[in-house]
Design a protein around this ligand. Structure first.
Ligand SMILES: C[S@@+](CC[C@H](N)C(=O)[O-])C[C@H]1O[C@@H](n2cnc3c(N)ncnc32)[C@H](O)[C@@H]1O
Length: 181
């Protein structure tokens, strides 16, 4: 909605296989209600299936927003395809940088992808990379990217979110008390 409303020339492709079952199509209904549906195509598909198809069709984009499967494998595969379809000068944005998987993908790009440079965004929970060149890595290219950034924060948040253990339940309670005060 924000993207479609911000720019009347923009065409948007979104991808979410759970829009109907998990969200009762609420996003699609809102786009329809705002009469923005003509510039929007929704792919009812997992991104790891939709993105290679788009690449095969030679699609290219000015902006790609990655905020689907937040597992390392899912977000990494999304980036793998997104990177190839981002125009030089275009931007790839990631959400949920509080998560270890996303922190490590950011680190992977910074250490391994000279064709992308990180640009500033106004939220610490997001990061963005601009494509500045073609991918010129050779077949053996690899730079270490593992780090421990956000390790404790992520695992504490996850324990409290799951609330399966005594520790997780206690952290959840403590966070609720802190929020109320
Ligand atoms: C955290 S929500 C973000 C939604 C939206 N980007 C926003 O900011 O409101 C993650 C979304 O990704 C979808 N999703 C989860 N796994 C996916 C996958 N493998 N491919 C595409 N979408 C996926 C979920 O159904 C959900 O709508």
């Amino acid at each position: 909605m924000a993207l479609l409303e911000a720019n009347s020339n923009l065409k948007l492709i979104s991808c979410d296989p759970f829009q109907k079952d998990d969200y009762n199509d609420s996003g699609l209904k809102k786009i329809q209600a705002a009469n923005l549906q003509e510039r929007h195509t929704h792919l009812n598909s997992f991104s790891d299936r939709a993105l290679p198809k788009l690449l095969e069709e030679k699609a290219s984009f000015d902006l790609i927003f990655i905020d689907g499967d937040h597992k390392f494998s899912g977000a990494f595969v999304d980036f793998h395809y997104a990177a190839q379809m981002t125009k030089v000068g275009g931007i790839v944005v990631f959400h949920d940088l509080w998560m270890r998987a996303l922190i490590l993908i950011r680190s992977y790009i910074k250490k391994n992808r000279k064709d992308f440079v990180e640009i500033k965004v106004g939220s610490s929970n997001m990061c963005a990379f601009q494509r500045v060149n073609k991918d010129s890595r050779d077949g053996m290219a690899f730079n270490e990217f593992y780090n421990r950034q956000g390790y404790l924060k992520y695992h504490i948040n996850r324990l409290s979110w799951e609330r399966k253990t005594v520790l997780g339940k206690s952290i959840f309670k403590l966070k609720t008390i802190i929020k109320k005060t």
